[in-house]
Design a protein around this ligand. Sequence first.
Ligand SMILES: CCCCCCCCCC(=O)SCCNC(=O)CCNC(=O)[C@H](O)C(C)(C)COP(=O)(O)OP(=O)(O)OC[C@H]1O[C@@H](n2cnc3c(N)ncnc32)[C@H](O)[C@@H]1OP(=O)(O)O
Length: 220
Amino acid sequence: MSEAGTADPTRRNRIHEVWDRRILAERTLADDQVAALADLAGRVRALTDAVVHTRVPADEIAAVSAEVAALTDRLSAVRGEAPPIGSHDGTGRALASPVSGPLNPIAPPVDIEPLPGGGARAAFTLGGVYEGPPTFVHGGVSAMILDQLLGVAAAANGTPGMTATLDLRYRRPTPYGVRLTAEARVARVEGRKTWVDASIAAPDGRTTVEATAMFVMPAR
Ligand SMILES: CCCCCCCCCC(=O)SCCNC(=O)CCNC(=O)[C@H](O)C(C)(C)COP(=O)(O)OP(=O)(O)OC[C@H]1O[C@@H](n2cnc3c(N)ncnc32)[C@H](O)[C@@H]1OP(=O)(O)O
């Protein structure tokens, strides 16, 4: 494509529209694929949990490992260039989000509900797969969940953006294997910047982690 060919902004916009449609088409799955992959992702989550907790002998681990390699080959027979995109159920939950994506086996997944007027809440239970200090959730996992929750709240406020800053205050260790709750609320908006506060609470209602993030809507 020549420089002269893209100098015309109308033509450039048309080229981008064609590319956007191609990328979207390549990353969009059929409904039956989404349902089947959600089921598969759940089973892979269970497999991951079994991997970190198993105590079977080494030869049995090796046999399972060979079977998993064969399954990976079968799935890789037809590969997309990137993960699928799109909203799963209208809640802003991206299909392959590493935090809330039902199709992503590394996502817990956390079910995040956007709240009108710039908020979001979530309830979730993390397993031993997410252990950091013994019997407690890894701090980076809490940060990841809060980043997503804060981002959904900013989007629910009509002021989405990229995370520019994320401040965390770890007040108490976060337990796993129990139901945790989290909430986020937009604190203020200035131009392209949105500040959001959030926290995670243990079942006794006590806050374990607090976070504040600033989201910036990119200039471009
Ligand atoms: C429903 C969907 C929900 C989805 C939820 C998703 C949640 C997950 C979100 C993420 O994980 S995002 C990935 C992690 N973040 C990034 O990778 C961001 C990388 N940085 C950038 O892309 C850009 O630096 C950024 C968009 C943040 C800003 O670029 P711009 O070129 O638009 O900003 P610019 O430099 O014009 O600055 C605008 C203002 O913001 C300020 N600013 C920008 N970046 C900042 C920063 N990092 N810290 C503090 N201030 C910052 C900057 O000083 C300035 O302030 P003033 O207007 O007062 O002068």
